[in-house]
Design a protein around this ligand. Structure first.
Ligand code: NAD
Ligand code: TYD
Length: 361
């Protein structure tokens, strides 16, 4: 791993991964290809923009000529593929972009990797790897008493987002079996931490609570997710790149099972302590139950024994500590928050997603 192409590196996890890798590994050179959708933000990468090991390319993963040029010019030996449309609610209101980026985009990237590494023989000069970033959502909704997902759980996606990610996972795996492209895949649970776009539950709840806005909880709020602090995810990816077995999938998660309501209540308690003079205390009084998400997956849970056993990875940040760090990060980075929230697109999204959902206490 010397010359790395990260796709979607201006987004939440991608930008955390770029900062993480540049601080961990001195000898790498890193290209970031990102089309800067509403979720991409170069502010997330301010710390590294002057680093001579880092280059940003504005563009689409579907642009095969551009991808080809980057692979050739920078002799890319490792691709870490984050670029995607990622928000379930947006996929419900408009699936087209999800198919275009997550399915076609992944296909185009795989094709270019195959061309450069295998057809043109670069893999005879250098060890290469295509690492595909995926999600636990491809496994669908887990009944309350079922065992957690593991690497052999059949795929059963239920939203356009998870269906498009499932399609991209299948494509990536097919390129391994059919063409011998050296693929690894990680399916990770819900990430949280610095620089997450405030359309997702945790940052949205923090920002709304601080400003005395309602905290929308879908349905009865008893849906269960597994939550992982983003830096732990970055460490897992680095380990899979270094020690993972080609062709294998690894599940990555925080080994916790809170309900959404518990998450929102924890955020409220942290804010009650951090802002004792807030006029909105107790922040939990801002919670509102709103209309549920259609097809809402009830529960996700992760069996992470494989990555623990084979690669020695386990989460290091507890949910309690991670939530506290995250809330503090948002409070200390209000300029970032203000610039993201002042974009017209964000206001439009909030109106579009929440306007007709109602809001009972
Ligand atoms: P994000 O929405 O914050 O960022 C996505 C990035 O991809 C943005 O910078 C966007 O501009 C870029 N992008 C979108 N379409 C593109 C295209 N056609 N060409 C180039 N760039 C494009 O996403 P995230 O939360 O950082 O997620 C990153 C990856 O991790 C995704 O593949 C997602 O499915 C996966 N994942 C996310 C989570 C999570 O909880 N956030 C959990 C598991 C897996
Ligand atoms: P989200 O952060 O959108 O991630 P994902 O859908 O990928 O899991 O949502 C996390 C959970 O929180 C999910 O069960 C939906 C719920 N949720 C709310 O209850 N209210 C909200 O305003 C949002 C955005 C999500």
């Amino acid at each position: 791993m010397e010359n790395i192409l990260v796709t979607g590196g201006a987004g939440f996890i991608g930008s955390n991964f770029i900062r993480f890798l540049l601080s961990e590994k001195k000898g790498v050179r890193l290209c970031n290809l990102d089309i800067l959708t509403y979720a991409g933000n170069l502010e997330n990468l301010k710390e590294v923009q002057e680093d001579e090991r880092y280059r940003f390319f504005y563009g689409d993963i579907n642009d095969q000529a551009l991808v080809r040029q980057i692979l050739n010019e920078f002799k890319i030996d490792t691709i870490v593929h984050f670029a995607a449309e990622t928000h379930v609610d947006r996929s419900i209101l408009g699936p087209a972009d999800f198919i275009q980026t997550n399915v076609f985009g992944t296909y185009h990237l795989l094709e270019e990797a195959r061309r450069f590494w295998i057809d043109e023989g670069f893999n005879r000069e250098k060890k290469v790897r295509f690492h595909h970033i995926s999600t636990d959502e491809v496994f669908g909704s887990l009944p309350p008493d079922d065992e957690p997902f593991n690497e052999t759980t059949p795929y059963a996606p239920r939203s356009p987002y998870s269906a498009s990610k499932a399609a991209s996972d299948h494509l990536a795996r097919s390129y391994f079996h059919t063409y011998g492209l050296p693929i690894t895949i990680t399916n990770c649970s819900n990430n949280y931490g610095p620089y997450q776009f405030p359309e997702k539950l945790i940052p949205l709840s923090i920002l709304n609570a601080v400003q005395g806005e309602p905290l929308p909880v879908y349905g009865d709020g008893k849906q269960i997710r597994d939550w992982l602090y983003v830096e732990d995810h970055c460490r897992a990816i680095e380990l899979v790149l270094e020690k993972g077995t080609v062709g294998e999938t690894y599940l990555v998660g925080g080994n916790n099972q809170p309900t959404n309501l518990e998450i929102v209540e924890s955020i409220c308690k942290i804010l009650d302590d951090l802002i004792p003079g807030s006029p909105f205390k107790p922040h939990s009084s801002l919670i509102r139950y709103v209309e549920d998400r259609p097809g809402h997956d009830r529960r996700y849970a992760m069996d992470t024994r494989k990555i623990q056993r084979d690669l020695g990875w386990q989460p290091t940040v507890s949910l309690e500590a991670g939530l506290s760090k995250t809330v503090k990060w948002y409070l200390e980075n209000w300029d970032w928050v203000a610039s993201v929230c002042s974009r017209p697109e964000f206001g439009l999204w909030v109106t579009r997603n929440y306007w007709q959902r109602g809001g009972k206490r």
